[in-house]
Design a protein around this ligand. Structure first.
Ligand SMILES: [Fe+2]
Length: 257
């Protein structure tokens, strides 16, 4: 047995879809209700779908009974305020688990490298069923920001940096790829993140919107890349030293977004 996965994601672990015309939609993400939920930087989250339809962001496996990241329950009060975001999350017809808008305060490339993490999307997911991946729909026009993707947390070779203008649409196997956003600007970045189950519905959606599995990286000066890499090494070493001083082992770095 093996999980059902998208062939489109096999080579690189991501696809970039056609850009959505975000200008046509109202800024629904400003109307919905947010929870403080720290993940990879200074963040808050506004769930549209959660384990039981409550405004909370916990992994479905932390609820009783614990379950995998599927069959999320949409939250009426949020859906009412964000019908377009809900429609976009539901458009493929793939099963949806967690679905929420992230609010991320400005940071740097070095911060993003330290924040790189893999998502825990497939805990308790039965073998033989669809592998859970995530879509990222950028809502704000973050023209100087980019998503950083790596196969290996500390190895810069093969790093991909994907631009984040309003309407950018990505589908990423975030349990495979280490990822985080470098967000330059004065205002928070907002992005709709949805857990989708792989299968024929998702494949058809990726094809409909011309998913591309390889894009040119956003250009960043080499000195910024080098300084970011050095800072990531410094912070990882500092954290390991702090944990060692307290007699704790380095814990697995897994995060929710
Ligand atoms: Fe994540």
């Amino acid at each position: 047995m093996a999980y059902i996965k998208s062939a489109a994601l096999e080579e690189t672990g991501y696809v970039v879809l056609d850009q959505y015309n975000q200008e046509l939609d109202p800024k629904e993400w400003l109307d919905i209700e947010y929870n403080d939920w720290k993940s990879s930087g200074d963040t808050r989250f506004a769930p549209l779908a959660s384990a039981f339809g409550e405004i909370e962001c916990n992994g479905f496996w932390n609820h009783k009974p614990p379950r995998t990241d599927k069959d999320g329950v949409f939250i009426d009060s949020q859906v009412e305020k964000a019908p377009n975001l809900t429609r976009r999350a539901q458009e493929p017809g793939a099963n949806i688990g967690r679905c929420r808008v992230i609010e991320l305060q400005p940071n740097t490339y070095a911060d993003a490298l330290y924040n790189l993490h893999q998502d825990d999307n497939n805990r308790l997911n039965p073998d033989g069923t669809g592998w859970v991946v995530r879509s990222f729909f950028n809502l704000t026009d973050d023209t100087d920001s980019y998503f950083v993707l790596r196969e290996n947390r500390t190895d810069p070779s093969g790093e991909t940096r994907i631009a984040l203008p309003a309407g950018a649409q990505l589908v990423i196997d975030t349990q495979r790829l280490w990822h985080a956003a470098a967000h330059y600007g004065a205002e928070p970045r907002y992005c709709l993140i949805t857990s989708w189950t792989s299968g024929p519905e998702l494949d058809a959606y990726i094809e409909k919107y011309n998913g591309v599995g390889k894009v040119d990286s956003v250009e960043v000066p080499q000195e910024v890349l080098d300084a970011g890499q050095a800072e990531q090494s410094r912070r990882i070493a500092a954290r390991a030293a702090a944990l060692a001083a307290r007699g704790q082992a380095e814990k697995a770095v897994l995060s929710e977004a």
